[in-house]
Design a protein around this ligand. Sequence first.
Ligand code: SAM
Length: 245
Amino acid sequence: THFGYSEVPLSEKQHLVDDVFHKVARRYDVMNDLMSGGLHRLWKDTFAAKVNARNRKGFKHLDVAGGTGDVAFRIAKASGPDAEITVLDINGDMLEVGRDRAREKGIDEKLEFVQANAESLPFPDNHFDAYTIAFGIRNVPRIQIGLEEAHRVLKPGGRFLCLEFSQVNVPGLDKIYEAYSFNVIPAVGKLVAGDGEPYRYLVESIRQFPAADEFERMIRKAGFRRTGYERLTGGVVAIHSGWKY
Ligand code: SAM
């Protein structure tokens, strides 16, 4: 059945999201390469480089909706030997792939994998130096609550960073991107995962996501200051950031 994302009640969105990532967990990484033409690697490099983890003693980092570990691994590589990096995801299948990859890379002692919801983080207040979420916030049913949780668990002086699809603001590119996301992404999804429907849902969730300015306002509303954003690849994605004071 084809469903409109906006018509799905809030309480059921999480089930749909969980279903998608349960189905694709083992093929998630190859799928990302195929669908973004490898661009997601560059976006994640740029994103992770903003977390200044090097030479910081006892650096505590939280990567939410961390999935198979792509962002956390980059931060782990750039951090000091005593850094503690927590990868949190609601989906155990994605985390399991992440754990296997961390073991293969030999960086598993720095990383901890936690299964939990971004809307209710199982950590005390003022605990982390930095919080990242990449291609995850749009899957969280109540985004504002997710942002408030991010603010709560960060220490004063802690940094919030979010990488997410945004709005293409280059004339011409917007049409290409639209055609690409509605046709190519579900087609590749069908080819690799055997099912295009979950991907159609993800594409729609990108369209439903607030515009960059509006999302920045939500981040401020959650309590962050010195907020801002940067568009990459003509606005296909954006990096939002803010500080807890
Ligand atoms: N950050 C990884 C990356 O960039 O490759 C994974 C991104 S993947 C597109 C989205 C992830 O968000 C999935 O692993 C999914 O399980 C997770 N997720 C969805 N809803 C969540 C929630 N409410 N709390 C925590 N994680 C969630």
